[in-house]
Design a protein around this ligand. Structure first.
Ligand code: 3HC
Length: 683
């Protein structure tokens, strides 16, 4: 097999090229090739300098994640980077695309780094539950300084080449042909001695304040809560300031191995591939071409319609937004502008970008204006009759080939499609609120949705930076459908003796951003309520009847102060107690384990049903939905991956133990089968 690493001489510069598509991951063959190239450089007197660069879209984007968990193949990445640094001729890294993780560690081991301005440099290992394990935690603070190294390693976001240049991480920014300029740069530095060696630099370590690390921990406490890896990244950078390089590297190795053998990094690596897998549509060939989307129409300028529109405007796609009344239209576009301006105030957009985005918006009261749109998304309230009326009209207005989408969260897409003469052009695009921020998009595939409509939706999602998951037509699709058993059980648990705070705490301790009752208060307790205060059939009706509609009213399952901080409500407790008495339910101590079994295990059971009915393409898609749509902690890998870790027999046993308290509960056959055979949902 030919090596992905090739070398050629350009005068007295040895050019080392990696060609390992798609992202030049540092697999075994690449590592072997790099070591051989350094041997070649040292062994050839006519070579005065070396340039390492990559073909294709990017510089090395990191270690090869597919090798993790398999027996190690020599040479290890730490050996490779040490070998590069030990080369007796100057080695220049020529960076384009993304120098990430092990890729940045290779660059750090080089004596010099040059980069194109569009390049990005980063250590995203923390997002895989890891830390840079090839000397990166020790070299990065020495080269770029401790504060930036902390941000990059524990935070995991890449920085742009310009910032890297200002920090000393990049020695020169290259305009024009990267390789040509990198070779010229190598000539410039070929006789400079001593060689700049990252691992021996000390000057940037000396200037560090003792409080830097604790300040950083405090500033990021919320963001890092529950995760193991950020703290270990911090400890490694701290070790760089306290210990000689060789000792620091030992700390790095030890902490890396601890993380690598832990469940969190397994979950996060699993999720990396789950997210990419979600983009693949079963049963649709690679040759299916997407339809062109040059203008999007949105019906409804409420919270959802406005948020949805912003996604397209931000991606440079013009939007025609339609409302029925001028004041609603003005209010909607006003909110969009305010949202953009708030982002600009935080420094994340320029004033010019705000105007650019808003300049792409065409607000109108005329539904016929949608005739020029390639995709029309209906985002009015949840009422089948209203939606049918809109789609009937759209059928007469939309141009041939336009995609007609509904943002419904629950309703049947096939029923909506059936009122048109073009059901093949109809699809569900279920955005999550706030739609301009949440990353998840459920793409609901109707019985007749055409393959190229699906392909278009998935590609468009990427263009607007969403992660899309294909769902089938069922009540609540994937995400909201799984909320139903959780909500049912959570309410029942209140009757049996749990408090809203206890149920919520089990969920937040698990790592969810909020529990079922906090979520109800945020979303609105009145959503789906029959709106008759005289008809009080359950706890929810009772709350709604006395205006406890959630945070928006300052009261729901909790009381809220002016800063929207919740406290348990004696009024709610009285309502619960009254219902308990009325229904003759006996109050008892509810254990946290029971709450897990009745809420989380029932969700797992529901997801197994979703899978067995073919409403999700694969188990990992369900995990993507819950992680991006509802904040399931990524370090637990989503409900399916988590269930596998718990053990499916244990889940089944737990559910059986609770079954008599859950009269409406029915087992998923798939869950029972898999538990019986000791199989898993995910790999
Ligand atoms: N190892 C193996 N495969 C990888 C990979 C990696 N490090 N990075 C990406 N891939 C694969 C993806 O799975 C995908 O495969 P598919 O086409 O079969 O689904 C393909 O490459 C293309 O990836 P994307 O779809 O993500 O392409 P984009 O162009 O959108 O993004 C990227 C490119 C920014 C490089 C992105 O892939 C990425 O962030 N990759 C991961 C980077 C990373 O985490 N590096 C650190 C690795 S850990 C490490 O280095 C440990 C060391 O410190 C010891």
């Amino acid at each position: 097999m030919t090596s992905p690493i090739s070398t050629r001489k350009h005068g007295d510069v040895l050019i080392v090229t990696s060609n390992n598509p798609p992202v030049n991951a540092l697999g075994a063959a690449v590592r072997q090739g790099l070591v051989a190239a350094m041997e070649q450089a040292d062994g050839d007197d006519s070579v005065k300098a070396v340039v390492i660069h990559c073909d294709g879209q990017t510089f090395f984007a990191g270690a090869d994640i597919t090798e993790f968990g398999k027996p190690p193949v020599s040479p290890w990445l730490p050996e490779v980077v040490d070998r590069i640094e030990a080369t007796t001729k100057p080695v220049v890294a020529a960076i384009h695309g993304t120098a990430l993780g092990g890729g940045l560690e290779v660059a750090l081991a080089c004596h010099y780094r040059v980069a194109v301005p569009s390049a990005k440099l980063g250590t995203p290992e923390v997002k895989l539950g890891l830390l840079p394990g090839a000397g990166g935690t020790q070299r990065l603070p020495r080269v770029a300084g401790v504060p930036l190294a902390l941000e990059m390693t524990a935070g995991g976001n890449p920085i742009g080449a310009k910032q890297a240049y200002e920090a000393g991480l990049v020695d020169r920014l290259i305009e024009g042909d990267l390789l040509e300029h990198a070779v010229a740069y190598a000539h410039e530095v070929e006789s400079v001695r001593p060689l700049p060696i990252s691992s021996t630099k000390q000057d940037k370590l000396a200037a560090v304040e003792a409080s830097t690390f604790d300040d950083f921990r405090k500033a990021n406490a919320r963001k890092f809560k529950g995760f193991d890896a950020p703290e270990k990244n911090i400890q490694c950078v701290e070790a760089a300031t306290r210990l000689p390089y060789a000792e620091g590297v030992k700390t790095e190795r030890q902490l890396f191995m601890e993380l690598m053998s832990g469940g969190q990094s397994r979950a996060q690596q699993y999720f990396f591939f789950a997210e990419r897998q979600a983009a693949k549509i079963e049963g649709v060939g690679k040759d299916v071409q997407p339809r062109a989307i040059n203008r999007v129409g949105v019906i409804g300028a409420g919270t959802m319609g406005g948020g949805i529109s912003m996604n397209f405007l931000s991606a440079g796609i013009p939007v025609t937004i339609v409302e029925m009344q001028q004041d609603a239209l003005d209010r909607g576009t006003g909110v969009m502008r305010k949202n953009y301006e708030a982002t600009a105030a935080k420094g994340r957009l320029t004033g010019e970008q705000v105007e650019q985005a808003m300049g792409l918006l065409n607000p109108t009261l005329d539904l016929n204006a949608l005739g020029e749109c390639d995709l029309i998304i209906e985002a009015v309230y949840e009422n089948m009759d209203v939606k049918k009326e809109i789609f009937t009209k759209l059928d007469g207005i939309a141009k041939p080939g336009a995609i007609l989408a509904s943002n419904t969260s629950y309703l049947n897409i096939d029923e909506i499609a059936a009122v048109t003469k073009r059901p093949e052009d109809v699809v569900g695009l279920h955005f999550f609120s706030p739609a301009n921020i949440m990353k998840l998009l459920e793409v609901v595939r109707g019985a007749k949705t055409a393959p190229d409509v699906l392909v278009t939706a998935m590609q468009l999602a990427k263009r607007i930076r969403k992660v899309a998951v294909v769902a089938g037509v069922c009540y609540g699709f994937i995400g909201n459908r799984m909320l139903i058993p959780r909500q049912t059980q959570a309410m029942q648990l209140l009757l049996e003796g749990a408090t809203p705070a206890q149920v919520d705490k089990v969920h937040t301790d698990f790592g969810m951003p909020m529990g079922p009752f906090q979520m109800a208060d945020l979303a609105g307790v009145d959503i789906g309520w029959h709106r008759d205060p005289g008809r009080v059939e359950n706890i929810r009706d009772a709350l709604c009847a006395i205006d406890r509609w959630g945070q928006k009213k300052g009261a729901g399952f909790y009381d809220y102060d002016e800063k929207r901080r919740p406290t348990p409500s004696p009024v709610v407790q009285q309502i619960i107690d009254d219902f308990r008495a009325k229904q003759g339910v006996e109050k008892r101590e509810i254990s946290d384990q029971e709450i897990v079994e009745r809420t989380l295990y029932t969700m797992v059971n529901e997801s197994a049903k979703i899978l067995e009915e073919g409403m999700a393409q694969r188990a990992s898609d369900i995990d993507v939905v819950w992680i991006y749509g509802y904040g399931w902690p990524v370090y637990r890998g989503g409900p399916m991956h988590w269930a596998d870790g718990e053990g499916l027999p244990k889940i089944v046993e737990g559910l059986k133990a609770q079954q008599e308290r859950m009269p409406d509960f029915t087992f998923s056959k798939l869950l029972l089968d898999k538990a019986e055979k000791k199989e898993k949902f995910t790999r």
